[in-house]
Design a protein around this ligand. Structure first.
Ligand code: ATP
Ligand code: ZN
Length: 285
């Protein structure tokens, strides 16, 4: 069977998370670091280690079937590739920033200004949509120092915490794009490769679901159970087990990470005790 060829970033912000995702999907590799490619030991998958900027092109050209890349890189390139899954890591935003002491108040203040960026296409299309005219200066790195050396009045660059902007005396003023890592696929894959991709996607979804949920166990007096059960929808419905003490039960269920604290507070208020919360490794429906 021909393996699926997946291109991931060789070394950078997406590398560790890309490999960790594959490992969480149960896919094992010999230590491939330092190599250009490596084959998985227990899944028909071959990994290519590349610069992130080259990944969309490799997938478009059919050298790789799949790639993991930031949306920022994908949309900046001309090639439109189908997104098979959003991966939830590598989150950042492409933002406009101006010197802290600039008189910037609104987007139209950028009219006629010079903006330095490594993302000229994304910036151009954003400015066009807002009917703004600005000079875009494309530079390939260290965009954040452009204003202080007099090269530009503003910048458009990737931000996650904002600390790099702060250190360089810049203030973030507008978001051009929200970005995260995505799995892209070639336009046409053989039926055999599509079947492999679907197996991989099934595993990715199980891992993502698990990361978004927690397993919860708690004890409650039987007369409070109705209320508590209504707070815990679970997958089908919660599991209910009698405790050794008369009149008490143990309840097991699953709750979503993003409503976690609210549910816990409500459970406590409703009479739940001894609440345990555990991570889930995989969730399959
Ligand atoms: P390469 O050598 O592969 O070209 P790079 O220097 O272009 O690497 P990295 O800095 O490793 O790229 O970033 C890879 C991706 O990580 C970015 O394209 C973006 O999608 C994502 N990312 C997340 N947070 C940030 C951030 N704060 N700054 C830059 N990129 C970020
Ligand atoms: Zn890059």
């Amino acid at each position: 069977m021909k393996p699926l060829k997946l291109a991931i970033q060789k070394s950078g912000r997406l590398s560790d998370d890309s490999l960790a995702l594959l490992r969480a999907c149960g896919i094992r590799f010999n230590n491939g670091m330092g190599k250009l490619r490596t084959e998985a030991l227990n899944f028909p998958l071959e990994l290519f280690f590349l610069r992130d900027d080259d990944i969309p092109e490799y997938v478009t050209d059919g050298i790789a079937d799949l790639g993991i890349v930031g949306e920022n890189v994908l949309y900046e390139k001309a090639q439109p590739l189908p997104i098979a899954a959003k991966l939830g890591f590598g989150k950042c935003r492409l933002s406009l920033a101006v010197p802290k002491n600039s008189g910037y108040r609104q987007l139209s203040d950028l009219n006629g200004q010079r903006i330095a960026t490594s993302y000229p296409r994304l910036l151009r299309s954003y400015l066009d949509k807002q009917s703004l005219r600005a000079d875009i200066h494309e530079i390939s790195g260290s965009v954040e120092i452009a204003p202080s050396i007099g090269l530009a009045d503003a910048i458009c660059d990737l931000v996650s915490s904002g600390s790099t902007l702060f250190t360089n005396g810049l203030r973030e003023v507008e978001t051009v794009l929200q970005s995260e890592a995505v799995l892209v696929q070639a336009q046409s894959l053989s039926a055999e490769k599509m079947a492999l991709l679907n197996r991989l996607l099934f595993r990715i979804q199980a891992v993502q679901k698990a990361q978004q949920n927690k397993y919860i166990l708690l004890n409650a007096p039987n007369d409070k159970l109705d209320k508590i059960v209504s707070l815990l929808p679970g997958i089908k419905s919660p599991t209910l087990l009698p405790l050794a003490i008369e009149g008490w039960s143990s309840l097991h269920s699953v709750i979503e990470e993003n409503q976690f604290w609210e549910v816990i507070e409500q459970l406590k208020a409703a009479g739940a005790e001894g609440i345990l919360v555990l991570p889930i490794e995989k969730m399959i429906f």
